[in-house]
Design a protein around this ligand. Structure first.
Ligand SMILES: *Cc1c(COP(=O)(O)O)cnc(C)c1O
Length: 395
């Protein structure tokens, strides 16, 4: 099986697995306990905080461990909104292409009375800094824009948006779940106030993540209990997962430059090969793009049949995001970049990683060509297109 769905999740690396096991053996004490077993666990936990912080150029005291990207997004956004409200600010700026952990949190806040501005997105999937500038008002409590999109891989101008927010004294959060461990992220250079990351997107364990919160930015707690995570997130720390995530992140950050060059070369070969299929279109910007992300629409084809047939050929891919495939809704991201409904249904996302090879790419290319040909052969829509009874959307 060729795994090309690394944006949905990644396989834990051997190093991560070893650290998880070793942690259960060596650091099973409760980090809040005063005896030596507890203190050894507390020291290991602190080292994990140092390692995670180092990868994004933060300080260890600015890292809060959570259960993953979704929790980090929920806490950051809800906290920033409520803190803003206390200061008479009730306006939130975001984009229509965020992950549902962001979109649904913002929708919940809108029901509570917050006003939300969704920034315009162009066909390449990238936010314009001028649009952010135009949307900021004196009552803006928060700007939340994802670092890189999970479906189309578009990398946003985060440093520019961050600088703008800093200038206007607006809190800036970014969902960097797809970016951290894959492309360089620097919370200082990028002027980020709050950032979400998740362990299982960079070969760490699932169910663990972190929230970075710049010193001086208040953070409200939504899980009450003990004083863990400096009183901002109660519950005995998930040490095996946290240490596993920290080890995975440290490892991935050390190899980032090499991995970026290698994975981008695989991506480019795949994009080039798929572009040769007639009436196929790349979704997302060609160059401002995550190293491993490939996302195509094929006219006259339904995404789900494409995935099932690719699975038969030993290729694990995805259509839209993992959360929406399985439902018949077209991707909200593809609709936002202007793909019509019928085309947004026929998308294919292939997300590569340093464990993939050029042989994988060649096998994927041959499989996709074959499957697309087959599905078009049996597609009534394709027949109508060919007979000129219907117009092509993708030329
Ligand atoms: C995966 C993902 C999340 C959710 O992270 P979990 O750890 O699975 O909760 C949030 N945002 C983006 C962009 C993601 O890709």
């Amino acid at each position: 099986m060729i795994y090309a769905d690394n944006a949905a999740t990644t396989k834990a690396s051997p190093l991560v697995k070893q650290v998880v096991l070793d942690t259960m053996d060596q650091f099973w004490g409760n980090p809040s306990s005063l005896h030596s077993s507890g203190q050894a666990a507390a020291e290991a936990l602190y080292q994990a905080r140092v390692d995670v912080a180092a990868c994004i150029h933060a300080k260890p005291e600015e890292i809060y461990f959570t259960s993953g990207g979704s929790e980090s997004d929920n806490q950051a956004i809800t906290s920033a909104a409520y803190v803003g409200k206390l200061r008479g600010k009730h306006h939130i700026i975001t984009t229509p292409i965020e992950h549902h952990a962001v979109l649904h949190t913002v929708e919940k806040l809108a029901k509570e009375g917050f006003e939300v501005t969704y920034l315009p997105i162009d066909a390449s999937g990238i936010v314009k800094v001028e649009d952010v500038a135009a949307a900021i008002r004196p009552e803006t409590a928060l700007v939340t824009v994802m670092y890189a999109n999970n479906e189309i891989g578009a990398i946003q101008p985060i440093a520019e948006i961050g600088a703008l927010c800093r200038e206007n004294k607006v809190t800036f959060h970014t969902d960097a779940v797809q970016a951290v461990g894959h492309i360089p992220v620097n919370v200082d250079a990028d002027h980020i106030d709050m950032l979400s990351l998740s362990g299982h997107k960079f070969h760490g364990p699932k169910g663990v993540g972190a929230l970075y919160v710049r010193k001086g930015i208040p953070l409200l707690s939504f899980i009450e209990g003990g004083a863990q995570e400096r009183g901002r997130r109660a519950g005995t720390e998930n040490l095996p997962a946290i240490l596993g995530m920290a080890a995975g992140l440290k490892d991935t950050c050390q190899h980032m430059t090499d991995h970026m060059a290698y994975v981008s070369s695989l991506r480019d070969a795949l994009i080039e090969g798929l572009s040769a299929i007639p009436h196929a279109a790349l979704n997302g910007d060609r160059s401002r793009r995550l190293p491993g992300n490939v996302n195509f629409c094929f006219e006259g084809i339904e995404g789900e049949s494409l995935l099932l047939l690719l699975d038969d050929k030993g290729v694990a891919a995805s259509s839209g995001s993992a959360c929406t495939s399985g439902s018949l809704d077209p991707s909200h991201v593809l609709l936002a970049i202007g793909r019509p409904h019928e085309v947004a249904h026929g998308s294919l996302r292939l997300t590569l990683d340093h464990e993939n090879t050029m042989d994988d790419v060649n096998h994927i290319l041959a499989s996709v060509r074959e499957v697309v040909d087959y599905l078009r052969e049996i597609s009534p829509v394709w027949r109508e297109l060919q007979k000129g009874e219907r117009n092509y959307v993708i030329h």
